[in-house]
Design a protein. Structure first.
Ligand code: SF4
Lengths: 467, 230
């Protein structure tokens, strides 16, 4: 078995050389950039809005206990059953329990990255239930037995040809290259599912403490249908999704839409405050909200990186990341990819196994600059590197730095090293790129710049003599 | 200890160490929403401009609706409203109307003289699904984003405005609000603390960009959204 780091290197190498893949991603993100900038420029003061959003999330996360208690109290007072899960396993057990108790057969799901995090689909499948993803992108990747490529655009890596192919194979539809027709095929199949499903499952974009509501943002209407027709509704929400006040949404909804897809507001922004209330005509008889920790409290305990819990999962940092654009979403091998994924995954799944993600960065800071809630993303990559090295120092690395420090602190040693380097470089072409080349990691695909014939010191001495 | 207590204990333990405020001190906004009570006046100065007069806001709503590919018409009278509806009935060959009890919806259904499926006292899902159009009222229109604000109380429940392929909203011009902070203040004033269990900002007809980021209307919800405003 390869380690996560080896797998990452292998896939990254393969995909960066795949021009077709890069073309697809660049076209898709190019379109996104245009509309995002247009919408962003409509704000009177985007930077002030970012600062306010960051402060609001800071307020929520740094008083999380109080806001969670308030949130749950409000939800429960209107008949919602709230469950708490410390781990992914517990969350799966709770959800399976609800489904078994309802004797449900079919579960219709709308997009929820938290459910990917706890591998819910696999667990439900194994227990013999039919699970249908209803978001078009998720539906497509589910049919292809893949994981989402991107937290907002799950099927961004596929062409209409590939989508038509999987529809023809799995649904028996006639091949077509019209996006309209493909959408219609999915619509027809899924319509029947909403009507017959016993349980509707959703994620959550925000949980409003003040009013006890779950806010769900979507474009297609699939979450609305999942929340309207089935008799039982289940929402899985990470505990960090809390916002203090109802009116905070007036800022967060347009910011999420702007950074997520470039829209001024996403098509449906819906707030659910419970099951069907007395006097209401439809909606589920039972509403369950499952609150998921899954090591979020560990991240909370790290004050330095606590702000990564501010994330509203808009995906903007992925879209601007030069690494993401080249290696693609699946290469990460994680639920959350891109800069935020590289920051979170070592916390969620283990620092040593996932530290390589912190090195897959040019540290350009584009992510930090774009993040609507001002998460200090690229600095957190550095923090993860530092923590990883502190926890488990590498012997070779330590030795190299010792040697470097020795040389650089002694002018005679430094002068010697320079001369030796110049001499040795003459022989470099003989081993270049081969197994004996000490600079192989670099020279495999690049040229090594020659060491200057004359050092600055030598030049200076020569100049003074010449005078 | 229950999981609830476990999680809360871990949170409290974690929060004993303070985290720095985000951003730099000089970035601090003059009206931080945190701790300043309402804070919506602060938010208002950063969101897109909406104008001050009714005319400006109406124009903004019209522009936004057009950009969203929603049909928006200001109608002068009930006669004109009924005319518009009859035109749509003919053009699209409506057979059955999904609707709910309300002053404007009752008027509209009277004019259309088509079989209806009313959601008020519960309904058959398959029947509602077979309707050619849903006609509902709403809580408000939001100029800033071109949105229609509906709740389970004002628009006949959760499914009516999303299941049939065409959603027609009957609104009144006094329902036009400026921006999002105003819309949230409106919701609070109208409903708090007994909010309806479903509230939604509908911003254009249902859409998806999941196939090569190409816009397709009518993903799972209505392909068409028509807003008729008296
Ligand atoms: S880290 Fe920031 S930019 Fe990235 S997904 Fe989260 S909120 Fe968006």
């Amino acid at each position: 078995m390869k380690t996560a780091a080896q797998e990452f290197k292998l896939q990254a190498g393969r995909l960066t050389a795949d021009l077709r893949h890069r073309g697809l991603i660049q076209t898709a993100l190019g379109k996104y950039e245009v509309v995002r900038d247009q919408t962003k420029s409509g704000f009177q003061d985007w930077q002030a809005a970012r600062q306010a959003a960051a402060q609001t999330k800071w307020e929520a996360i740094n008083h999380l206990d109080a806001y969670l208690v308030q949130f749950v109290e409000k939800l429960e007072s209107r008949g919602t059953k709230v469950h708490w899960a410390s781990t992914g396993v517990q969350a799966r057990e709770i959800i399976l329990g609800i489904i078994r108790e309802k004797k449900a057969k079919c579960i219709v799901k709308s997009k929820a990255m938290t459910s990917e995090e706890i591998h819910l689909n696999a667990a439900l499948d194994q227990a013999g239930f039919e699970v249908v993803e209803s978001d078009l992108g998720e539906f497509i990747v589910q049919l292809r037995k893949e994981t989402p490529y991107h937290i907002v655009f799950p099927a961004m890596h596929l062409t209409r040809g590939e989508i038509s192919e999987v529809f023809a194979r799995e649904l028996g539809s006639a091949p077509t290259d019209s996006p309209e027709e493909l959408t219609l095929i999915a619509r027809r199949v899924l319509r029947q599912k909403y009507i017959t499903a016993d349980v509707g499952f959703t994620g959550a974009n925000f949980g409003i403490a003040e009013t006890g509501m779950i806010s769900i943002t979507e474009n297609e209407g699939n979450a609305r249908l999942s929340a309207a027709l089935p008799k039982t509704m289940v929402t899985l929400m990470g505990i960090e999704k809390i916002l203090p006040r109802f009116e905070d949404l007036a800022l967060f909804l347009p910011m999420l839409a702007t950074m997520g897809t470039g829209q001024a507001l996403t098509c449906y922004n819906s707030f659910y405050g419970g099951p069907r209330q007395p006097g209401e005509t439809d909606g589920p008889d039972e509403y369950h909200v499952v609150l998921l920790d899954n090591r979020r409290t560990e991240l909370l305990a790290d004050a330095e990186q606590r702000d990564s819990l501010h994330c509203i999962r808009c995906g903007a940092c992925l879209n601007v990341c030069p690494i993401f654009k080249n290696v693609g979403g699946h290469t990460y091998g994680t639920t959350y990819s891109g800069p935020i994924g590289s920051v979170l995954t070592p916390h969620l799944r283990g620092l040593q196994e996932w530290k390589h993600l912190s090195f897959a960065s040019s540290l350009c800071g584009a992510c930090t600059e774009t993040c609507p809630v001002k998460i200090n993303l690229h600095h957190h990559l550095l923090h993860n590197r530092r923590n990883a090295a502190r926890q488990q120092p590498g012997f070779a690395e330590k030795l190299a730095f010792r040697l470097f420090a020795f040389v650089i602190n002694r002018p005679w040693a430094y002068g010697l090293a320079k001369r030796a380097g110049r001499l040795l470089q003459r022989f470099h072409p003989w081993v270049k790129g081969g197994p004996l080349d000490p600079a192989r990691a670099w020279t495999k695909t690049r040229e090594l710049a020659p060491i200057a014939r004359q050092t600055f010191k030598e030049y200076w001495r020569g100049r003074q003599l010449g005078k | 200890m229950s999981e609830r207590e476990n999680i809360l204990a871990r949170i409290r333990e974690a929060l004993t160490v303070r985290a720095p405020m985000p951003g730099h001190a000089q970035d601090s906004v003059t009206h931080p929403p945190a701790g300043s009570g309402g804070g919506s006046s602060g938010v208002r100065q950063w969101l897109p401009l909406v104008g001050y007069t009714f005319q400006e806001r109406l124009e903004l709503f019209r522009t936004n609706a057009a950009a969203l590919k929603a049909d928006f018409h200001l109608v002068a009278s009930r006669d004109e409203l009924s005319e518009r509806l009859l035109e749509l009935r003919e053009a699209e060959g409506w057979k059955k109307v999904g609707t709910h009890a309300g002053e404007l919806t009752d008027f509209a259904c009277g004019q259309l003289a088509l079989p209806t499926c009313r959601t008020d006292g519960g309904y058959d899902v398959a029947e509602l699904e077979s309707c050619s159009v849903a006609i509902t009222e709403c809580d408000a229109l939001v100029a800033q984003t071109g949105s229609v604000l509906v709740t389970s109380r004002s628009a006949g429940g959760r499914a009516l405005s999303v299941l049939p392929p065409h959603h027609v909203v009957l609104a009144q011009s006094r329902q036009l609000l400026g921006d999002l902070p105003e819309a949230f203040a409106f919701l609070k004033k109208t409903y708090a603390p007994g909010y309806p269990s479903f509230i939604s900002f509908i911003t254009g007809p249902s859409r998806t960009g999941d196939i090569e980021r190409i816009l397709v209307l009518g993903a799972h919800g209505p392909r068409k959204l028509t807003i008729l405003c008296l």
